[in-house]
Design a protein around this ligand. Structure first.
Ligand code: DAH
Length: 340
């Protein structure tokens, strides 16, 4: 029997085959297109076809192959796809262990600190990062020649001497005192900028939380009590000390240290063997500062404090390099997932 006749018989056979279920589709595929199937047999025979007939027979074979493929595709669509549909994931099922994102450690620390002060009756205030000289320096009793105004510390916007990126959140104190009457009891978190290009570890921006409490008869003892309560609540450590210091906007000024302990080698390292760690600056608001913002220093007194969030977060989580906070390395950030 010539190959041409065989092909047309097979073609008729294909056309009359009834595909009734997934199994019959699979059998059909193996019978015709399998490794030892009919199409491969035909290609073997095709090799013996005389050259002058090859074109015609080749076309017939291709037509047959196409007919087989079309039948197979329609069978697979009709039957096999039903079993595939079952594999579509159930959209209502629980998400299981898909990874969550995490909150940034600086955010966690900031919220915790604000939470502690809010329990003590402080509310949160915000202010601009691009500021004028008055709110960052002059209104805070900085003398015109104070070194903090220097180009080395302060970023000037567009080279204008009166437009700066705030170097501390103390500027928000001035803004609030200008617009609110005592009693004022606020905390002011925010980003600050300093032009510290001196070491590769230095960062031109970081975060602070500022505090301000103004009312009649507010004393240094009130300040000490508030800072003591904060330290106990945040660090779980009870011993603090206030060391005399200097800030233009407070008089007297102090630095608050917490007794960290000397139990582990790390304690020795971070406290430089003293057991004490500096946590924040603070002091009684200088009467000049109150007067400059329109608050009568004869009637009112107050205290202020300021701390760096990065430093506190480093202590809280045992982080030894500031750069971790800014690099957004998932291996670092994902460790804070459990703190959500
Ligand atoms: N503004 C100071 C700084 O950036 C921190 C500070 C010290 C804030 C004492 C205060 C304060 O409110 O009373 O270093």
């Amino acid at each position: 029997m010539s190959l041409k006749i065989q092909i047309s018989q097979i073609q008729a056979e294909v056309e009359s085959t009834m595909l009734t279920d997934a199994q019959s589709v699979e059998n059909f595929r193996i019978h015709y297109l399998g490794r030892k199937g009919i199409v491969n047999d035909l290609f073997e025979l095709f090799k013996q076809v005389p050259n002058e007939e090859k074109k015609e027979v080749g076309q017939l074979m291709n037509g047959l192959k196409q007919a087989i493929q079309i039948k197979l595709d329609s069978g697979q669509n009709q039957f096999a796809s039903k079993s595939k549909q079952i594999e579509i994931p159930d959209a209502t099922r629980s998400h299981g262990d898909w990874p969550f994102g995490s909150r940034h450690p600086l955010q966690l620390v900031r919220e915790e600190i604000l939470g502690i002060f809010s329990k003590m009756g402080f509310s949160v205030e915000d202010g601009p990062e691009i500021e004028d000289d008055w709110h960052v320096f002059s209104g805070l009793n900085f003398s015109p020649e104070h070194p903090a105004r220097d180009m080395q510390d302060t970023f000037f916007v567009n080279g204008q001497p009166d437009t700066v990126l705030r170097t501390h959140t103390s500027s928000v104190q001035v803004r609030v005192m200008e617009t609110q009457k005592p009693p004022i009891r606020i905390v002011m978190p925010g980003r600050v900028y300093r032009n510290e290009a001196i070491s590769s570890r230095a960062h031109c921006q970081f975060h602070q939380i500022e505090g301000l409490y103004i009312d009649e008869g507010v004393s240094f003892a009130d300040m000490k009590q508030v800072l003591q309560l904060f330290t106990e609540a945040f660090f779980g450590k009870a011993k603090i000390r206030l060391r005399p210091s200097y800030f233009p906007f407070t008089e007297p000024s102090a630095e608050m240290d917490v007794y960290w302990g000397l139990e582990t080698p790390a304690d020795h390292r971070i406290t430089k063997g003293t057991g004490w760690l500096e946590i924040m600056g603070c002091g009684m608001v200088d009467p000049n500062v109150l007067a400059a913002s329109g608050i009568d220093p004869e009637k009112y007194s107050g205290f202020a404090f300021g701390m760096g969030i990065e430093r506190i977060a480093m202590l809280r989580y045992g982080i030894d390099d500031l750069r971790h906070f800014f690099e957004n390395d998932m291996r670092f950030l994902s460790q804070f997932r459990k703190s959500l």
